[in-house]
Write a protein that binds this ligand. Structure first.
Ligand code: TXA
Ligand code: MG
Length: 329
């Protein structure tokens, strides 16, 4: 089977993507977080293809992307406190809200839950596609279930080849980490997945404290948000987390790779096993490069990837969350 050629994010290619989505086909597309694998959220036959192509358990619900707050509200059975304030502050953007679902959304999208996950993406291509098509698009990250999320169009092609023939190439993703997920259906708003948007930013808008669901769910099916499975976002190569001090003071054994947050000041010119996510210790840059680097190292034949643990502050917490899951066997 030939490899997919990339669709351009403008003009006739965008029109073709809209026609394909309306006809119940899948289209991979860029978002500001990671690439998504999109289908018409109100077409169960189309939505089912997402699960098949990804190898995703039907118990793992999907995020629905909408063009506007009004479009989002049309999919709900009620409007929880905090929705308007959060939507006005952070949409379009990397915040997914868990909300009471209305009758249009099928059980397939929500995995039978009474809630639905919604967000308005900020990427101009994704947004104009939503606006022009007037569709609601269900879209998980465009990776095989459990593998590292894609942040470039090539990542989608590498994982799926001809199984996903239509990929819109919008260049590298701005954030490089999946959206922050907040459940607004619980008594106290609950952070289900840390992401680009920080809990303190949410608390400032809600003017109340939020809680984090303790994230340790072993197994694959029963977890409330399978993105919170202990093992997820995982390279095939085993990975371990270490402090920077440990990595700098212990020699890297033959066949192992070391991935630093920022470029170490002292490096042997012959060192072919050290890599870094940012020139300077810049968390946003490291997040942007993280998944592409993990994919590259995974494809390089190392037997172990030693990864520097990030400072547990700000975006560093969201990066550590992904790294801990990547390192879980
Ligand atoms: O940044 C993102 O969120 C990307 C882009 C494409 O929007 N999408 C994404 O989707 O990361 P996915 O399917 O890879 O992760 C969505 C997570 C899953 O862990 C799923 O279990 C959780 O959201 N989820 C979806 N609906 C839910 C619901 N009703 N209740 C609780 N968790 C839900
Ligand atoms: Mg995912």
């Amino acid at each position: 089977m030939p490899l997919p050629s990339f669709l351009q994010p403008v003009g006739p290619d965008l029109d073709q993507a809209i026609r394909l989505l309306k006809a119940g086909e899948l289209v991979a597309l860029p978002s500001e977080t990671v690439y998504g694998l999109a289908a018409d959220a109100l077409n169960p036959v189309a939505v089912r293809k997402i699960f098949t192509v990804k190898g995703r358990p039907l118990l793992d619900p999907l995020i629905v992307h909408t063009a506007s707050i009004e479009a989002a509200e049309s999919l709900l059975s009620s409007i929880p406190a905090g929705l308007h304030a959060l939507a006005e502050a952070f949409w379009p953007g990397p915040l997914t809200l868990i909300l009471p679902r209305g009758p249009q959304i099928s059980d397939l999208v929500t995995a039978g839950n009474l809630t639905v996950a919604l967000r308005i993406p900020a990427h101009p291509v994704f947004l104009s596609l939503l606006r022009q098509s007037k569709l609601h698009l269900a879209a998980p990250s465009a990776n095989p279930f459990g593998y590292i999320s894609p942040t470039r169009a090539e990542h989608v092609r590498e994982s799926f080849a001809a199984k996903v023939p239509w990929i819109i190439d919008g260049g590298p993703c701005q954030h490089g980490l999946e959206s922050t997920i907040l459940d607004l259906t619980t008594d106290t708003p609950t952070l289900l997945r840390p992401g680009p948007l920080q809990p303190e930013q949410i608390e400032a808008v809600l003017r109340r404290t939020i809680i984090s669901r303790p994230v340790s769910h072993r197994g694959t099916a029963a977890a409330p948000a399978p993105g919170t499975l202990d093992r997820h976002y995982s390279p095939s190569t085993p990975a371990v987390l270490e402090s920077r001090a440990t990595l700098l003071s212990t020699p890297c054994p033959e066949g192992h790779a070391t991935l630093f947050f920022s470029k170490p000041a002292t490096l042997q010119p012959t060192d072919r096993s050290s890599f870094w996510l940012a020139e300077q210790p810049d968390l946003a840059e490291a997040a942007r490069n993280l998944f592409a680097m993990l994919r590259k190292l995974d494809a390089s034949g190392f037997s172990l990837i030693r990864i520097e643990q990030f400072p547990d502050e700000g975006l560093g917490r969201s990066i550590n969350d992904r790294l801990r899951r990547a390192a879980t066997r």
